[in-house]
Design a protein around this ligand. Structure first.
Ligand code: GUN
Ligand code: ZN
Length: 434
């Protein structure tokens, strides 16, 4: 029998990118809304008074008051093995990797460690209302098995991959072009398309992969064209200079990846702070996407992403925490820093654009927008109930807000895990704030 679930409350979801259709046409909002979920998928959404009479007699309704129900947040780039090293002091990217990241990732050769951190990581995602993500493992294939095993048990839609890294890293953390290729292929065959899971071929970034390794990553992508490609690109000035030295025959950083066939509509590049206009154009033409990581970019002093440029050149962008360089698992906190980075660029972000980047825009960037990202009929019912009275200050601020725009903006600037009251996966409640 199909399971029927009914949720009533203030419902908000995005329909399109505000950059394309304007704020007012970018979302749908029901102050007293009803969402009907059948076997984990959205069946219908609309005004409660319109839909209530159509329900079967006696069906039970979950009514969420004083809250805003939005689609689950989508984190387009983060590293689960870096969970315990979040907030590591003092360095910029390349020194940060050497000092903190590589020694931490070494521990994931132990499958017990990997499972323990994976479980904690998913608990943390749920506490923050993040229901889907594109995630780095480590170079160890057990790290990815541990991740997917935990995600599968929780019925989450997740993408992950084993890191490819065959040079410019400690010997204890490197693979070879051949072993990286074979391990990735084995993992992809084991996990890609199983339940809600998908596999991403994951070279760490150009400096830690030889041309041979990147060529084999391209070969694997050619053999399995529906896999993802997930890596870092143009995050830090010293990194960009290093790539020029390491790949003198390439016209730029993006060309290193393009040359090896790594640019597809399922390619996601984290950061992209230091790209030329030509590189933005190539991103657009290939359909590849960008994971914008505001808290990480500020924390590592990497730079300010040019969102207006991405909008003008019609490049897909999703929001990301980039934990452990990012300083929070919360996409609400990430939105708050997102807004500030764009203020520093004189680019005024509307709260609807921010919501888009954290939900439907993320889904689009991950080529998952047929499945998640909003509440259109047929989508998987992953959603978050945000508490409009989570703290005394939030309650006071929201009581004064005159309209939805003001309310949503204040929630984004002041909100974090404290406002996440309930999280539902495929309709089922999986987290309830204590
Ligand atoms: N570039 C290469 N590796 C990493 C990483 O682990 N984090 C970040 N932020 N950038 C990277
Ligand atoms: Zn990263």
């Amino acid at each position: 029998m199909d399971k029927l679930q009914i949720f009533r409350g203030e419902l908000l979801h995005c329909l399109a990118d505000p950059a394309d259709v304007g704020d007012d046409n970018s979302y749908e909002y029901f102050q007293d809304g009803l969402m009907i979920v059948k076997s984990g998928l959205v069946e219908a959404i609309g005004p409660a008074l319109e839909l209530l009479p159509k329900l079967p007699a006696g069906v039970s309704i979950t009514h969420y008051t004083k809250s805003l129900i939005v689609p689950g947040f989508i984190d387009c780039h983060l590293h689960y093995p870096q969970t315990e090293m979040i907030a590591s002091y003092g360095e910029q990217l390349l020194e940060w990797l050497e000092t903190y990241t590589f020694p931490t990732e070494r521990e994931f050769g132990d499958p017990g460690k990997a499972s323990d951190v994976a479980e904690f990581f998913f608990d943390e995602l749920m506490r923050n209302g993040t229901t889907s993500a594109l995630v780095f493992g480590t170079v160890h294939k057990q790290s990815v098995d541990a991740f997917f095993t935990a995600a599968q048990k929780r019925r989450l839609r997740m993408i992950c991959g084993k890191v490819l890294m065959d040079r410019n890293a400690p010997a204890y953390l490197t693979d070879t072009p051949e072993s990286g290729y074979l391990d990735s292929k084995e993992l992809a065959e084991r996990w890609h398309g199983v339940d809600r899971l998908r596999y991403a071929i994951t070279p760490r970034f150009a400096p830690t992969s030889s041309d041979e390794q990147l060529a084999l990553a391209g070969k694997l992508l050619m053999e399995y064209p529906d896999l993802y490609l997930h890596t870092h690109l143009a995050e830090n000035i010293s990194e960009v200079e290093w790539v020029k030295d390491l790949f003198p025959d390439r016209s730029g950083y993006l060309d290193v990846y393009a040359h090896h066939g790594l640019l597809t509509k399922r390619s996601v590049f984290a950061h992209c702070l230091h790209l030329s206009d030509d590189e933005f154009r190539l991103m657009h033409e290939s359909g590849a996407g960008i994971a914008f990581c505001p808290t990480s970019n500020l924390f590592l002093g990497s730079g300010l992403f040019n969102l207006a440029n991405a909008e003008n050149q019609k490049v897909k962008v999703g929001l990301a925490t980039d934990v452990g360089a990012g300083t929070s698992f919360s996409l609400l906190q990430t939105i708050s820093d997102l807004y500030k980075t764009q203020q520093l660029r004189n680019h005024r972000l509307s709260p609807f654009k921010s919501l888009y980047l954290a939900t439907l825009g993320g889904a689009h960037t991950l080529d998952l927008d047929e499945l998640i990202g909003n509440f259109l009929p047929g989508k998987e019912a992953d959603f978050v109930v945000l508490d409009c009275e989570a703290t005394p200050l939030i309650a006071r601020r929201l009581w004064r807000s005159k309209n939805l725009t003001e309310k949503l903006f204040a929630l984004q600037m002041l909100g974090d895990d404290r406002v996440v009251k309930h999280v539902h996966i495929m309709g089922e409640e999986v987290y309830r704030r204590k």
